[in-house]
Design a protein around this ligand. Structure first.
Ligand SMILES: [Zn+2]
Length: 139
């Protein structure tokens, strides 16, 4: 196994044999100890996958958009929607966390936005919404 040519021959034979394997297998080389190194895709679901289901709030990502990010998404949505309608008042429905932020930390930005578009924005808390969910509708 120390001979490079011999090693390649072994690897080729191995690769050919593994072509029959349904799981995706990749040979990564031969180690210093002369062991064939390979990775093999798991064909059965892990215990974690069997016992758990995706979290419906983050949809399995494990993280949520921050309230700040959602506030800016709402501002962008308002800017997008106001051009299409002549209504003077728009209603934003969002989670408590996001509405609180809009009325506190983002209140200056909100005031500027209202002035810019010449419309009034009202808010309503929807307790069922996750912090990522919101609607902007005509009032
Ligand atoms: Zn989650």
């Amino acid at each position: 196994m120390l001979d490079a040519e011999h090693q390649q021959q072994v690897q080729r034979t191995f690769t050919k044999a593994l072509e029959k394997d349904h799981a995706h297998t990749t040979i990564t080389g031969i180690s210093q100890l002369g062991l064939i190194e390979m990775t093999r895709k798991r064909t059965r679901e892990s215990l974690g996958q069997i016992l758990n289901s995706h979290c419906p709030v983050c949809e399995g990502r494990g993280t949520l958009k921050s309230a700040e990010t959602v506030c800016y998404e709402i501002f962008r949505e308002i800017l997008r929607i106001v051009r299409a309608y002549e209504n003077d008042i728009f209603l934003v429905t969002a989670s408590q966390l996001v509405v609180d932020r809009l009325l506190d930390e983002e209140s200056d930005t909100l005031a500027e936005l209202e002035e810019l578009v010449g419309k009034t924005v009202k808010f309503e808390v929807e307790p069922m919404y996750t912090q990522e969910q919101f609607d902007v509708v005509l009032y």
